[in-house]
Design a protein around this ligand. Sequence first.
Ligand SMILES: Nc1ncnc2c1ncn2[C@@H]1O[C@H](COP(=O)(O)OP(=O)(O)OP(=O)(O)O)[C@@H](O)[C@H]1O
Ligand SMILES: [Mg+2]
Length: 602
Amino acid sequence: MDRLRGRWDRFQARPEWDFFRCLHRADRKLASTWWALLVLLGMLPAALAVTLGEVVGAVQQSQPLTVPLALLGATFFAMQVFAPLHAQVGTNLGSRMSAYLYDRLMDATLSPPGMAHLERADLSEDLTLARDFDQGISGPPMSISMGFIAGGLVAIVSGLGSAVVLAGYRWWAPWLIGGAWASTHWFLRESSVWKDRQTPEVMEAQRHADYAYRLAVDPPAAKELRMFGLAGFTVKGFAESRKKLVDLRYHATRLREQSVRWALLVVLAANVLFFWMLAQDVAAGRLALGGASTFAFACIGTSAIAFGGLNWSLSLAAQVVQAVLRLEGAMGTAGALRCGDRNAQGAPAHAIRLRDVRFQYETGSSPVLDGLDLDVPAGTSLAIVGQNGAGKTTIAKLLCRLYDPQHGTVEIDGVDLRDFDLESWRQRVASVFQDFVRFELPLRDNVAPHGAPDVDILAALEQAGAGGLAELDTVMARAYPGGIDLSGGQWQRIAPARALCAVRLGAGLVILDEPTAQLDVRGESEIFERILHATRECTTILVSHRFSTVRHADRICVLEEGRVIELGSHEELMELGGRYRTMFDLQASRFTEEEDDVIHLD
Ligand SMILES: Nc1ncnc2c1ncn2[C@@H]1O[C@H](COP(=O)(O)OP(=O)(O)OP(=O)(O)O)[C@@H](O)[C@H]1O
Ligand SMILES: [Mg+2]
């Protein structure tokens, strides 16, 4: 009993059911039409066997042929018309299904307010599968898969339909012939063509092949590939991973000879027995020619059972659906943040305070910030300095509430940041990160993605030293008509303009995390001076490795081993003679040696 229940549970838990449920959600009408046509198409071979028998019977008994022939013609006509119609409905339904799954995936990735869900290594395989399924990389696109899926289902229905017709001959005939053809599924279960197609090994080979391919065809790697002579290495990597992929799949799908032999033997024995009985009955006059013809055709038609069923394409498509469903659940939890409903209007009015903050990335092995205390009075500017990996960007991310600390609090005017309504807080923050996004959109939208009056956009560009770079309508990518490609440094003048525009629209906290590192020393220093001037009413937090830049800030904090080790104005820290002084002197001596005339340090 328990075994039976276990099997039933496993049957119910099959991913295919999720696929069919999603098919209905993707487009109820189209899915119902698809199913109706599928059943109809499946029944037609049985109908053909019966009507053909009627024609043969009428000929033998010299009866009128009009009705039998009309029925035969109608069945044949239906076969000719419904098959392509079903294929077309399936293609459309497949496209709807792709769109539906992509919508759900975008929802899963975009709706969590945090971003930890996008960094979870254990979700990366599902994410790859859910993202690339329609590009024909891991399997056929959904619109094409629908044809294979339909093929398997139509075949099983038509095989069963023909088997039912056999019951008109002898009660055991459907069991004998249907059972023989069905047994092939059991004999060939080890050779099932869909088995093991998406094992972790397959996915890994797939990932390596994709990576090598992207290296070869995407522009960003073009320079290094050429300069380091890596073309051969990349092609070799691609070829090896593809070969591994093909080998793994071949191994998973090849037929096992032994089981094929047994399957053929059973099928042959059942058919020989059936046709021998049929011949006996016809010879003895127990069965008319019409009936014999119907049952012979039905017997042949029953063979479709062997070729039908839930095939590999359904299995692949169902895996995609399951990946999306899993991602929805896991990402929702991983990217969730507790949010209050306090309005952040006017914040920060007094101070931003980080109290005993400990933060560790989920994939990290140790805390990035540990016991961090930091006060930033509202309306002042603070520069954060520290070595690579010290946690400067992490502080910026915590202030933007992309993550929450595991311990301690980030307080705004004495209120835990988590008590604020997230949207209203983020509207208060204008942030530009090291890896700021470069929208392939007009300059206007790059400066004000949310929209802003042209006068504010132009003023922000001017303030950032990017006035006259391009018209506001110029698309920032050469791939578009009239579009232009900007240099790295030019982009780095647009990024601060984005923050400055947000300030003009009312943001109260400006966070600049090295958005201008590509500018020359003088350029960055000049931009920061401009920014600090333009944001003197706001609270500004800036991250930079250049001391000529950070010295403009009201206060500077030095971050080391997850906490603040020095805090004060440039003069105070210089006086202190600690870490800041050492780093400053080191950089200053380099510059005085190399660019004596470029920057004046004291
Ligand atoms: N998403 C992440 N998942 C896991 N670890 C991360 C993640 N982002 C950063 N880290 C790790 O956290 C530490 C701090 O990173 P962070 O980006 O805050 O440093 P940073 O001070 O901004 O460095 P840099 O000067 O190089 O920009 C680093 O060791 C980094 O490897
Ligand atoms: Mg950083």
